[in-house]
Design a protein around this ligand. Structure first.
Ligand SMILES: Cc1cc2nc3c(=O)[nH]c(=O)nc-3n(C[C@H](O)[C@H](O)[C@H](O)COP(=O)(O)OP(=O)(O)OC[C@H]3O[C@@H](n4cnc5c(N)ncnc54)[C@H](O)[C@@H]3O)c2cc1C
Length: 466
């Protein structure tokens, strides 16, 4: 792998891959192995993405406390580091259009380049979990807590409350216990009845390998550690004046309050769609995963010719499925660029498709088990929905009552989604509020559009784009 400084970015690339997580690394390597000239941009300092963050440059004395799945990433990242491709770390992609023009920012310098093919492997984001006062210092996401653990070996020093649901919350609780962290309580918001509804997918999930057993082992070790665990939690609120002081909630018909200065929220991950929405790819609502997804063909090509998406940025499937889907897009790009004939491509793809489908067999069970209740996505009036622009749920409901036609017009009315995160942490909530207030489906409400820049860039940098 040729680790590149900034001065030598090619203006025209054969294949640009965005993201060095499992999907991006696999797509880039697969295409490069077949002779494609690959350029990969990632905004992190090291390859590995979310799951394998800092796996081969870890600040932790003992990485095994993060579990086998994490350590499994070491040889993958090592192989990527030795692959024949151009890798740009600390480089964020702030623009992508349907003509495959790309804007990148590295070391404060912005460049515009073009590519024959683009693979977007920019991963997932945590689903917003708007609860009253979540804007208080001391309230973060479980993903943020895990990033601090993986990238800086930092753990809560004064105890923590974890609230929400989903595999990542469970995983972090298990990792924290192995790191000796005091977990005050786990507040599980999984609605009653979800397990019953998920049971019909259990046989397929059991056939899908050991992910389910891994999850059960984690739950067992949390129970053995006697961490206070509350089920079917609702009416969750963060409490405090200028700083988080406590969390209150209802469970088993009773009201509870726990003092804490750290609350980590999590209710699943959803595809990070910004660059694909901004380019104009067709996006559909997936009711089973309660999220928007890019419309793709069997190889991950979107509705825009030459733009592909792979990994959790396409559909939530986890790290192994992400890597396999990256390999498939890499093969198709090599084929489209004339490096691989269709017969050879299909021959190489067959075992990959089989392995990917096996990996994904657990999804219907997990999607049903961790389905988020409406109350988890549609907050009470006094909740700040857009923390960047401090827009409350009440304000959104008011503009709807005034006749605002949809989430994009709500942006103009209230500025929600026009701040630093560009709607990443409010768009899903605004869309859900529209659907509820209007009695419409999410597909009818439609998704919020994304505009450049995708990532922060100064006007000066923009003006001096090379
Ligand atoms: C916060 C978080 C923590 C997670 N932790 C785990 C875990 O511990 N275990 C697990 O099994 N699963 C975890 N997941 C699920 C995770 O999505 C998958 O396991 C897996 O990492 C998906 O691989 P991917 O290649 O699709 O995306 P990712 O691994 O997310 O890689 C995408 C890469 O693209 C980069 N990127 C994104 N946008 C841009 C841009 N505009 N410009 C340049 N670079 C960009 C990102 O920084 C990242 O490095 C986590 C998800 C999240 C959101």
């Amino acid at each position: 792998m040729r680790c590149r400084g900034i001065g030598i970015v090619k203006q025209t690339c054969q294949l640009v891959v965005i993201g060095a997580g499992p999907a991006g690394m696999a797509a880039a390597q697969t295409a490069a192995e077949h002779g494609v000239d690959v350029t990969l941009f990632d905004d992190q300092a090291q390859p590995g993405g979310q799951i394998y963050r800092n796996v081969d440059t870890s600040p932790l004395a003992d990485t095994s406390l993060l579990g086998k799945d994490y350590v499994f990433g070491q040889p993958l990242v090592q192989a990527f580091r030795h692959a024949e491709l151009d890798y740009y770390a600390c480089t964020s992609v702030w623009y992508l259009d349907k003509a495959r023009e790309i804007g990148i920012l590295k070391q404060g310098v912005s460049h515009k380049i073009s590519a024959q093919r683009v693979i977007v492997a920019s991963g997932a984001q945590e689903r917003p979990m708007p609860v009253p006062n979540w804007q208080l210092p001391g309230v973060m996401t479980a993903g943020a807590g895990q990033i601090l653990l993986k990238s800086a070996a930092m753990v809560p020093d004064n105890g923590v409350v974890l609230a929400g649901n989903g595999p990542l919350m469970l995983l972090l609780a298990w990792q924290y216990l192995r790191a000796g962290v005091n977990i005050h309580a786990i507040l599980d918001t999984t609605p009653k009845g979800n397990l019953f509804r998920a049971l019909r997918y259990l046989p397929r999930a059991l056939a899908a390998g050991n992910d389910l057993w891994k999850g059960l082992r984690m739950m067992l070790s949390i129970a053995t550690a006697r961490v206070p665990y509350y089920h079917c939690v609702s009416e969750l609120r963060a409490e405090g004046d200028n700083q988080l002081q406590a969390v209150s909630f209802s469970a088993a018909g009773r009201h509870h309050r726990i003092d804490t200065d750290l609350l980590l929220l999590h209710q699943g991950v959803i595809p990070g769609l910004h660059s694909l929405q901004e380019a104009g790819c067709k996006i559909d609502w997936n009711e089973a995963q309660q999220c928007w997804q890019t419309k793709v063909d069997a190889w991950g090509e979107t509705s825009l010719s030459g733009i592909f998406v792979a990994g959790d940025g396409a559909a939530i499937g986890g790290a192994v499925a992400a890597s396999l889907s990256g390999q498939l897009t890499g093969l198709q790009v090599a084929h489209q660029l004339g490096f691989l004939d269709a017969g050879r491509r299909d021959h190489l793809a067959r075992p990959i498709i089989k392995a990917r489908d096996r990996q994904l067999a657990i999804r219907p069970f997990l999607d049903a088990l961790y389905r988020v209740a409406d109350a988890g996505m549609i907050p009470p009036d006094d909740t700040v929905v857009c923390r960047c622009e401090e827009v409350s749920a009440r304000e959104i409901r008011d503009v709807i009552a005034l006749g605002c036609i949809g989430p994009n017009q709500a942006k103009a009315f209230t500025r929600c989604g026009m701040g630093l995160c560009q709607g990443r942490f409010c768009a899903a909530t605004v869309e859900q509020i529209f659907a509820q207030q209007r009695g419409e489906s999410m597909a009818d409400v439609g998704h919020t559009s994304a505009r450049p820049p995708l990532k922060p860039i100064t006007l000066g940098q923009l003006a001096e784009t090379i």
